[in-house]
Ligand binder design. Sequence first.
Ligand SMILES: C[S@@+](CC[C@H](N)C(=O)[O-])C[C@H]1O[C@@H](n2cnc3c(N)ncnc32)[C@H](O)[C@@H]1O
Length: 160
Amino acid sequence: MSRARPCEGVPARVAWAVDLLDPQPADRLLEVGGAPGVAAALICERLTTGHLVAVERSATGLRRIADRNAEHVESGRLVLRGCALADLDEPADSIDVAFAVNVNVFWTSTPERELSVLRHLLVSGGRWPSSTGPTSPRAPTCGPGSWTRWPRRCRRPGSP
Ligand SMILES: C[S@@+](CC[C@H](N)C(=O)[O-])C[C@H]1O[C@@H](n2cnc3c(N)ncnc32)[C@H](O)[C@@H]1O
Protein backbone atom coordinates (compact mmCIF):
# COMPACT_ATOMS: atom_id res chain seq x y z
CA MET A 1 0.00 0.00 0.00
CA SER A 2 1.53 3.33 -0.97
CA ARG A 3 1.03 6.04 1.61
CA ALA A 4 -0.34 9.50 0.95
CA ARG A 5 2.47 12.03 0.78
CA PRO A 6 2.52 14.03 3.98
CA CYS A 7 1.99 17.58 2.96
CA GLU A 8 0.96 20.88 4.43
CA GLY A 9 -2.75 21.50 4.43
CA VAL A 10 -3.69 17.82 4.40
CA PRO A 11 -5.76 16.99 7.48
CA ALA A 12 -4.48 13.84 9.14
CA ARG A 13 -7.94 12.24 8.84
CA VAL A 14 -7.89 12.71 5.07
CA ALA A 15 -4.37 11.30 4.65
CA TRP A 16 -5.39 8.38 6.85
CA ALA A 17 -8.59 7.78 4.86
CA VAL A 18 -6.78 7.83 1.51
CA ASP A 19 -4.17 5.40 2.81
CA LEU A 20 -6.91 3.08 3.93
CA LEU A 21 -8.73 3.36 0.61
CA ASP A 22 -5.52 2.54 -1.23
CA PRO A 23 -6.81 3.65 -4.64
CA GLN A 24 -5.41 1.73 -7.59
CA PRO A 25 -4.46 3.36 -10.92
CA ALA A 26 -7.48 2.06 -12.83
CA ASP A 27 -10.06 2.47 -10.06
CA ARG A 28 -13.28 4.37 -10.70
CA LEU A 29 -14.08 6.20 -7.50
CA LEU A 30 -16.81 8.41 -6.12
CA GLU A 31 -16.25 10.88 -3.28
CA VAL A 32 -19.29 12.34 -1.56
CA GLY A 33 -18.87 15.77 0.03
CA GLY A 34 -15.17 16.23 -0.66
CA ALA A 35 -14.68 19.99 -0.37
CA PRO A 36 -12.14 21.53 -0.47
CA GLY A 37 -10.68 18.75 -2.63
CA VAL A 38 -7.77 17.49 -0.54
CA ALA A 39 -8.65 13.81 -0.81
CA ALA A 40 -9.37 14.30 -4.51
CA ALA A 41 -5.86 15.68 -5.06
CA LEU A 42 -4.22 12.79 -3.19
CA ILE A 43 -6.29 10.23 -5.08
CA CYS A 44 -6.04 11.71 -8.58
CA GLU A 45 -2.26 11.73 -8.46
CA ARG A 46 -2.40 7.95 -8.07
CA LEU A 47 -4.76 7.37 -11.00
CA THR A 48 -3.80 6.59 -14.58
CA THR A 49 -6.75 5.17 -16.51
CA GLY A 50 -9.11 5.50 -13.56
CA HIS A 51 -11.07 8.55 -12.51
CA LEU A 52 -12.75 10.10 -9.51
CA VAL A 53 -16.26 11.55 -9.56
CA ALA A 54 -16.63 14.21 -6.84
CA VAL A 55 -20.21 15.01 -5.88
CA GLU A 56 -20.52 18.12 -3.70
CA ARG A 57 -23.79 19.91 -3.00
CA SER A 58 -22.24 23.22 -2.00
CA ALA A 59 -21.43 25.50 -4.95
CA THR A 60 -18.64 27.12 -2.96
CA GLY A 61 -17.30 23.71 -1.99
CA LEU A 62 -17.39 22.52 -5.58
CA ARG A 63 -15.47 25.61 -6.71
CA ARG A 64 -12.82 24.94 -4.09
CA ILE A 65 -12.44 21.34 -5.30
CA ALA A 66 -12.13 22.59 -8.89
CA ASP A 67 -9.59 25.30 -8.02
CA ARG A 68 -7.39 22.91 -6.04
CA ASN A 69 -7.51 20.24 -8.74
CA ALA A 70 -7.52 22.19 -12.00
CA GLU A 71 -4.93 19.91 -13.63
CA HIS A 72 -6.92 16.78 -12.76
CA VAL A 73 -10.17 18.27 -14.07
CA GLU A 74 -8.31 19.18 -17.26
CA SER A 75 -6.93 15.65 -17.66
CA GLY A 76 -10.33 14.05 -17.06
CA ARG A 77 -9.16 12.19 -13.96
CA LEU A 78 -11.49 14.31 -11.83
CA VAL A 79 -15.15 14.68 -12.80
CA LEU A 80 -17.15 17.26 -10.84
CA ARG A 81 -20.86 17.00 -10.06
CA GLY A 82 -22.55 19.89 -8.28
CA CYS A 83 -25.53 18.30 -6.55
CA ALA A 84 -26.54 16.29 -3.53
CA LEU A 85 -25.75 12.58 -3.64
CA ALA A 86 -29.48 11.86 -3.69
CA ASP A 87 -29.74 13.66 -7.06
CA LEU A 88 -26.62 12.23 -8.67
CA ASP A 89 -27.35 10.78 -12.09
CA GLU A 90 -24.51 8.52 -13.24
CA PRO A 91 -24.56 5.19 -15.11
CA ALA A 92 -25.26 1.98 -13.23
CA ASP A 93 -22.24 -0.14 -12.25
CA SER A 94 -19.84 2.69 -13.05
CA ILE A 95 -18.05 2.97 -9.68
CA ASP A 96 -15.66 0.54 -7.97
CA VAL A 97 -15.14 2.44 -4.74
CA ALA A 98 -17.37 5.11 -3.22
CA PHE A 99 -16.46 6.93 -0.02
CA ALA A 100 -17.30 9.82 2.23
CA VAL A 101 -15.30 11.37 5.05
CA ASN A 102 -17.32 13.11 7.72
CA VAL A 103 -20.46 13.79 5.65
CA ASN A 104 -23.34 14.02 8.07
CA VAL A 105 -26.18 13.00 5.76
CA PHE A 106 -25.30 9.43 6.71
CA TRP A 107 -26.04 9.90 10.40
CA THR A 108 -28.37 12.90 10.70
CA SER A 109 -31.02 11.45 8.42
CA THR A 110 -32.32 8.15 7.13
CA PRO A 111 -30.32 8.12 3.90
CA GLU A 112 -32.54 5.78 1.90
CA ARG A 113 -32.32 7.72 -1.34
CA GLU A 114 -28.54 8.17 -0.95
CA LEU A 115 -27.97 4.44 -0.36
CA SER A 116 -30.17 3.60 -3.31
CA VAL A 117 -28.04 5.86 -5.54
CA LEU A 118 -24.90 4.12 -4.26
CA ARG A 119 -26.43 0.71 -4.88
CA HIS A 120 -27.15 1.77 -8.47
CA LEU A 121 -23.64 3.11 -9.07
CA LEU A 122 -21.46 0.48 -7.42
CA VAL A 123 -20.33 -2.57 -9.32
CA SER A 124 -21.03 -5.89 -7.69
CA GLY A 125 -18.39 -6.32 -4.99
CA GLY A 126 -17.64 -2.59 -4.98
CA ARG A 127 -16.53 -0.91 -1.77
CA TRP A 128 -18.40 1.71 0.23
CA PRO A 129 -16.31 2.83 3.17
CA SER A 130 -17.92 5.73 5.00
CA SER A 131 -16.31 7.37 7.97
CA THR A 132 -18.02 9.39 10.60
CA GLY A 133 -16.39 12.11 12.61
CA PRO A 134 -15.02 12.17 16.10
CA THR A 135 -17.77 11.24 18.50
CA SER A 136 -16.77 13.72 21.18
CA PRO A 137 -14.64 16.83 21.42
CA ARG A 138 -12.11 14.74 23.36
CA ALA A 139 -11.87 12.08 20.66
CA PRO A 140 -8.64 12.07 18.65
CA THR A 141 -8.82 13.98 15.40
CA CYS A 142 -7.51 11.19 13.21
CA GLY A 143 -6.86 7.50 13.10
CA PRO A 144 -9.05 4.47 13.42
CA GLY A 145 -10.00 5.21 17.03
CA SER A 146 -11.78 8.41 16.11
CA TRP A 147 -14.09 6.96 13.48
CA THR A 148 -17.02 4.79 14.22
CA ARG A 149 -17.26 2.96 10.93
CA TRP A 150 -14.87 2.24 8.09
CA PRO A 151 -15.38 -1.21 6.61
CA ARG A 152 -12.40 -2.19 4.51
CA ARG A 153 -14.54 -4.02 2.03
CA CYS A 154 -18.27 -4.43 2.00
CA ARG A 155 -21.15 -5.48 -0.16
CA ARG A 156 -23.35 -3.11 -2.03
CA PRO A 157 -25.39 -1.02 0.38
CA GLY A 158 -28.64 -2.79 1.12
CA SER A 159 -27.53 -6.18 -0.17
CA PRO A 160 -27.85 -9.13 2.23
C1 LIG B 1 -17.94 18.37 7.14
S1 LIG B 1 -17.60 18.60 5.43
C2 LIG B 1 -16.33 17.36 5.20
C3 LIG B 1 -15.47 17.67 3.99
C4 LIG B 1 -14.33 16.65 3.76
N1 LIG B 1 -14.87 15.36 3.42
C5 LIG B 1 -13.42 16.57 4.95
O1 LIG B 1 -13.46 15.58 5.67
O2 LIG B 1 -12.65 17.53 5.16
C6 LIG B 1 -19.01 17.87 4.61
C7 LIG B 1 -19.10 18.20 3.13
O3 LIG B 1 -20.09 17.36 2.55
C8 LIG B 1 -20.95 18.12 1.72
N2 LIG B 1 -22.24 17.41 1.73
C9 LIG B 1 -23.04 17.20 2.80
N3 LIG B 1 -24.10 16.46 2.46
C10 LIG B 1 -23.97 16.17 1.14
C11 LIG B 1 -24.76 15.43 0.21
N4 LIG B 1 -25.90 14.85 0.59
N5 LIG B 1 -24.34 15.32 -1.07
C12 LIG B 1 -23.16 15.93 -1.45
N6 LIG B 1 -22.39 16.66 -0.61
C13 LIG B 1 -22.77 16.77 0.68
C14 LIG B 1 -20.97 19.49 2.38
O4 LIG B 1 -21.34 20.51 1.46
C15 LIG B 1 -19.52 19.62 2.84
O5 LIG B 1 -18.70 20.14 1.81
